[in-house]
Design a protein around this ligand. Structure first.
Ligand code: ZN
Length: 387
């Protein structure tokens, strides 16, 4: 059993606990004390003065088995590099297919999630994809959620988008009912993760389902809500009726020029307008394809959604948007774990030891622990994966 004593970091649980020693063993956090002097065989001691200790980041959307393809076959994107996820401090992530469920399969994505789990991070999946009726592994959304450990919900289901299946509110209500009951029976969230596209209908379809059926608003978690200021406004209104929303951290200059609001800025705006940090999450949309255009608007290339974008957004929340540390940790970790129903997002005794050590000024990631294993120390990887 690996045993680690992390000494003298400023601990945020996400609430500030002050300067603490943290003992990690058997995958769990075993003790948090102001002064721990333990002499145990095989104990590895890390001096962590000048660093903050926070829960690992939780990413509600990563295309771990690749995505894209919307600009033809040449625009298909590669699968996620495991070591990049470690360097980015993402200790839990949820995978989705996206637009293409013909050449991309849930089987392939589940295999990639299992590979990530075997290497030491925590990967989960959404069944389904953009379109309804949903593609599934077992023949139904409820069965996938109940019978497949890694499957916690369904998504990204697309609405307000020309790439969606143009679902009706009835279809969406039936899907949410299946996910809800599957989740209840399996002790999971059964979340319906919604891709919201650029059309002006925004969240109208979800509002119809919530107002006309018994499905509670918390069954849905819409993403890309920082796509433009009108959609952000619709998201804030949704939050004010009890809903939660997700912002996409991966972006480029073209998207920002077209009106996208960087995720950290969107969080700051939402917090100022009274949305609680518990209702806000940021996802990376890692390995999605981001088109790059020249000045004339011609497509000149593609960029990849970046798994490191959640950490960058965390830095921006603190260093540029003056968001308080506890709220920043909630938005990048705790809130997502709670909304997704994952055992993550907290530093407390008996919890999974998913822990990051960051430089307290620059907020760069020095060390990463997941499930009590040290996967990176002093920015040097200690992982088994070559890629
Ligand atoms: Zn999407």
């Amino acid at each position: 059993m690996s045993l680690f004593l992390i000494k003298g970091a400023q601990v945020y649980a996400p609430e500030p606990l002050g300067r603490m020693d943290v003992l990690v063993g058997g995958g769990k956090i075993l003790a948090i004390e102001a002064q721990l002097n333990t002499e145990l065989p095989n104990l590895e001691v890390f001096e962590a003065k000048g660093q903050i200790l926070i829960p690992g980041f939780v990413d509600p959307l990563a295309h771990i088995s690749g995505g894209g393809g919307e600009g033809g076959f040449a625009s298909r994107t590669p699968e996620l590099n495991f070591n990049d996820a470690v360097r980015a401090g993402i200790t839990s992530m949820v995978a989705a297919l996206g637009t293409d469920a013909v050449t991309r399969s849930l089987e392939d994505m589940l295999a990639k999630a299992k590979a990530i789990n075997a290497l030491g991070l925590n990967a989960f999946i959404y069944t389904g994809n953009y379109h309804l009726p949903s593609v599934t592994l077992t023949g139904s959304v409820s069965k996938d959620i109940m019978l497949i450990n890694e499957c916690i919900g369904v998504g990204e289901v697309a609405i307000s988008d020309h790439r969606s299946s143009q679902p009706t509110s009835q279809q969406l209500a039936e899907l949410a009912a299946q996910a809800r009951v599957g989740g209840m029976l399996a002790g999971k969230s059964g979340l319906v993760f919604i891709h919201v596209g650029p059309s002006d209908s925004h969240l109208e379809l979800l509002q119809t389902v919530v107002s006309q059926t018994d499905i509670p608003i918390g069954q849905f978690h819409p993403t890309h809500m920082n796509r433009d200021s009108a959609l952000l406004g619709a998201g804030i209104a949704w939050s004010q009726t009890g809903g939660s929303i997700d912002f996409t951290a991966s972006t480029n200059e073209h998207f920002i020029a077209e009106g996208e609001i960087p995720a950290a800025e969107a969080v700051a705006i939402a917090l100022k307008r009274g949305v609680a940090a518990e209702q806000l999450t940021i996802s990376t949309d890692a390995n999605a394809s981001l088109p790059v255009f020249d000045d004339k608007g011609d497509l000149i290339g593609l960029e990849l959604g970046d798994i490191a974008s959640l950490h960058k957004a965390f830095q921006q929340l603190l260093l540029e948007q003056s968001v308080d540390m506890t709220d920043a940790i909630k938005v990048c970790s705790t809130s997502a774990a709670n909304i997704l129903g994952l055992p993550a997002g907290k530093i407390s005794i008996g919890d999974n030891a998913d822990v990051l050590l960051l430089d307290e000024h620059r907020l760069s990631i020095n060390s990463v622990f997941a499930n009590g294993q040290c996967l990176m120390h002093q920015q040097r990887l200690r992982v088994k994966s070559p890629f």
